[in-house]
Design a binder for this molecule. Structure first.
Ligand code: KG4
Ligand code: ZN
Length: 345
């Protein structure tokens, strides 16, 4: 019988992580923090035909890919299923049907191997990506989290605990990038397209900053910025003026990212921590990476930036968070269900 009270914690466990919350079916294997394999089968090209993620297509493609992606990850690592000490998988937040594929596969795998199963909060996975870049990273540190679903600044006090220092009141930064891309007629996924266009532009348009001014607590808002970009483009169109898309992209990027960088550094200094990390798809943005690096250097803070492939959705970050929970003995029961929305905690 599968009994989680019988499992014990091993040193340097081999953890297989599975991620299927959106359009990437991913599997990675870590020994401790060492990455033995990291595979992704993406449905992004298929989704691009529809201009965004179609949940039903995502679920179907996960079903087709989950077995194969795990076989590939095992083969790359040169391991057999019985060499795995723990299976970790994303249980939320994300698309329900998509989550269910990876989660159900992972639970069945853990049950068959009779090893601990760990249900991972996707957002904690993005934070734990920093340990992949620096395996000996130790809390406390301040994290800038910016993805398609979340935007927040957090303080991690131990391997399993963090507090929220500030966040967005409406859209996430990644969502704003995707909407800006749509209004500029750029292809899905929006973030990389906006970044590319912005490289040839000047940030000469004064869009409203994503920072909420005169707020008692640290808040960001992307809805005003989004509306300003839409209005700017529509007004130009109505006047029959030629739109300089590169300038719009560069100006949007500055308004969206500068306050995140500034506030992350201020939070780190206010909390008295010496290290800043970052995670989530928007952290793959080269303007964010450059400006955060410059700001941290100026403030005398150490910056741990995961490689771009560990900022966007991947399974190595899920296995990395799995390790945090495993070492704390936080094994999950097999009745845990997928959840489309979970609080950031
Ligand atoms: O973390 P992620 O892969 O998935 C979620 O958990 O949401 O983040 C996806 C978001 C998308 O909104 C995408 O447009 C954005 O990250 N993104 C970027 C870049 N690459 C991905 N945004 C700005 N610049 C990029 N290079
Ligand atoms: Zn994500």
């Amino acid at each position: 019988m599968y009994d989680i009270s019988k499992f014990s914690v091993k040193n340097e466990p081999v953890i297989l992580g599975i991620e299927s919350s959106c359009d990437e079916t991913a599997c990675a294997i870590l020994r401790g923090r060492k990455i033995l394999s990291n595979r992704i089968i993406s449905s992004a090209a298929e989704q691009a035909k529809y201009g965004g993620v179609v949940p039903e297509i995502a679920s179907r493609m996960h079903t087709e890919a989950v077995d194969e992606v795990c076989r590939l990850a095992l083969a790359d690592a040169g391991l057999r299923p019985q060499d795995i000490d723990c299976v970790a998988a994303t249980y939320g937040a994300g698309l329900l049907g998509a989550l269910l594929v990876g989660l159900s596969f992972a639970k069945a795998f853990a049950y068959a191997l009779n090893v601990p199963f760990i249900a991972v909060n996707h957002i904690r996975g993005h934070i734990a990506a920093a340990y992949l870049d620096k395996p000996d990273l130790k809390p406390p540190f301040v994290t800038l989290l910016a993805s398609g679903g979340h935007t927040a600044i957090l303080c991690t006090s131990s391997y399993t605990k963090f507090s929220i220092l500030g966040g967005t009141s409406d859209d996430a930064a990644g969502e704003a990038f995707d909407k800006c891309a749509r209004v500029l007629g750029l292809p899905y996924p929006g973030g990389p397209s906006v970044q590319k266009l912005a490289e040839g532009g000047n940030a000469c348009i004064n869009f409203p900053s994503a920072l909420v001014k005169n707020s008692q607590v640290l808040r960001f808002s992307y809805s005003g910025l989004k509306t300003a970009v839409i209005n700017y483009c529509h007004n130009a169109q109505q006047r029959g003026e030629e739109l300089n898309g590169a300038d719009v992209a560069a100006s949007f990027q500055r308004a969206a990212i500068d306050p995140l960088v500034k506030k992350t550094v201020e939070c780190a200094l206010a909390c008295g921590v010496k290290t800043v990390t970052a995670g989530g798809g928007v952290v793959a943005n080269s303007y964010l990476r450059r400006t955060l690096n410059e700001a941290c250097q100026k403030a005398g803070l150490q910056l741990i930036l995961p490689e771009k492939k560990f900022c966007t959705d991947n399974a190595a970050m899920i296995a990395s968070e799995g390790l945090n929970q495993y070492m704390a003995g936080n094994f999950s029961s097999l009745d845990v269900n997928a959840a489309a929305a979970i609080p950031l905690k």
